[in-house]
Design a binder for this molecule. Structure first.
Ligand code: 2GW
Ligand code: MN
Length: 284
């Protein structure tokens, strides 16, 4: 059963990570010999606190098993964070953040918070940061094969379509704007990371761009995700994660796993969006 034609290198020669492109035993040994510590940042503000149990429980089973992991849980309700029993070498740090009235601000302000904490403490505590949405669960292995100085993840909804269809911000007045014939990939804001200095630079630049737009009464079409895409266009990631690392809906996972010629596009669905009860979760 062979992999159909999937790109395994970007045009700037960064690896695109798919099952079969790496040797996990070799990589585990390499990163263990460096005694690497990985920080996983996640925000659970207001009702999104309900996602934490599933998120953390599945991370314990699939995320960086055998390596040192710090979970950084940013929340407005530290007392309501579920206490999960963690494996050896793994710890949870609960960090209080303010809530914002608009959900767009809750989402976008993650860039500011990650940049501040990168500068103030992450650089002392971890080697790499992995920044993800909380409305997610791990379904399969996500390990050190993702680590690189700067990585982004292909958005599953825009994988294998022309760049003219990418939902980039097109308003030239916005700091996030990307011209019609520009762009490499459409990256999801639900999964990115890298070394602490690189994540600091990325989150700081995105936050500053968001603030600049705000001063001009502009909000990019996909909020922080639009700004992330602009940043990664001009600061090429050193690794790109395939849609194995980001699947949105059950239908999408099935579509990806459907037979294409001799084989399937996505052999392992590793990290998936949870179904939202929109009316409950997104009303005040
Ligand atoms: C978000 C939308 C509507 C109502 C509430 C919230 C909300 C988000 C919230 O009440 N509390 C909270 O902690 N959040 C955080 O923001 C949480 O970490 C969540 O995963 C993240 C992004 O919101 P989410 O997951 O609802 O947005 P998606 O799944 O539609 O995500 C994509 O687009 C977003 C911007 O529109 C972000 O770029 C996100 O990274 C993308 O995956
Ligand atoms: Mn999400």
């Amino acid at each position: 059963d062979t992999q159909p034609d999937v790109p395994v290198l970007t045009p700037w020669l960064a690896p695109i990570v798919w099952e079969g492109t790496f040797n996990i035993d070799l990589l585990d040994e390499h990163f263990q010999s460096q005694n690497v510590t990985i920080g996983l940042t996640v925000f659970a503000v207001k009702r999104y606190i309900c996602y934490l149990t599933m998120f953390l429980q599945t991370a314990e089973i699939h995320f960086m098993v055998g390596h040192r992991v710090n979970y950084y849980v940013f929340t407005d309700q530290p007392d309501n964070v579920p206490r999960i029993l963690l494996q050896k070498g793994r710890q949870m740090v609960i960090l209080k953040v303010q809530s914002y009235a608009r959900w767009q601000d809750i989402s976008m302000r993650r860039m500011e918070t990650i940049s501040i904490f990168s500068q103030e403490r992450f650089h002392r505590e971890v080697n790499y940061l992995v920044c993800v949405d909380v409305d997610m669960k791990f379904r399969d292995h996500v390990g050190v094969e993702i680590l690189s100085s700067l990585f982004g993840t292909l958005h599953p909804g825009y994988y294998a379509i022309g760049k003219q269809f990418f939902p980039y911000e097109r308003n030239p007045q916005s700091q996030a704007s990307i011209l019609e014939n520009e762009g490499d990939f459409y990256y999801t804001a639900a999964f990115f990371g890298g070394s602490v200095p690189e994540v600091y630079r990325l989150t700081k630049a995105c936050h500053q761009a968001i603030m600049m737009d705000q001063a001009n009464h502009i909000e990019a079409v996909w909020h922080d995700e639009s700004h992330l895409n602009k940043y990664l266009l001009y600061h090429k990631p050193t690794k790109v994660l395939s849609p194995e690392y980001m699947c949105h809906t059950a239908e999408e996972c099935i579509w990806f796993q459907n037979k294409r010629g001799l084989s399937t596009i996505v052999k392992r669905v590793r990290f998936v969006t949870l179904q939202k009860n929109m009316s409950y979760i997104r009303t005040d």
